[in-house]
Ligand binder design. Structure first.
Ligand code: ZN
Length: 136
């Protein structure tokens, strides 16, 4: 059986100013701030907002080497990635690689919320960066 991607877990949005982004997304658009954390090893500050059955992940680069800082510098703020849930992340990666999908992460790693995650290379998915997260 093929391992398929499941539901949309979150939409990652790269921002230049996290406080400004929270003002718009929480105070104006009405999403609730669920969690906020710093991930120093990836040079990130992240805010998760609940949005019905899915979430919005606001990503702010806090070091110049962070992939988000580089993304914002090159392309400006905006949608950065989509994250989909999978049942067995290792099996899914194996299946995708067998189908010719290029992975950024051939091995899953621990994500900001403690779950196992892996990114697909956007060159394989119509220039959309896709993150997989193993459902708990
Ligand atoms: Zn994400």
């Amino acid at each position: 059986m093929k391992e398929r991607l499941g539901e949309l877990k979150h939409v990652g949005i790269a921002v230049e100013d996290l406080d400004e982004a929270k003002k718009v997304y929480c105070d104006v658009l009405g999403f609730d701030l669920e969690d906020e954390m710093e991930v120093p090893e990836r040079g990130l500050r992240i805010a998760f907002l609940s949005a019905g059955n899915t979430k919005i992940e606001l990503l702010k680069g806090i070091s110049p080497e962070s992939t988000i800082s580089k993304f914002v510098e090159k392309r400006g703020a905006g949608i950065h990635h989509l994250c989909f849930g999978v049942v067995d992340i290792k099996k899914t990666i194996e299946g995708l690689v067998a189908e010719g999908i290029e992975m950024i992460d051939r091995q899953p790693r621990r994500g900001a919320e403690g779950d196992m995650v892996a990114f697909l290379h956007p060159g394989s998915t119509m220039k959309v960066l896709i993150e997989l997260v193993e459902e708990r």
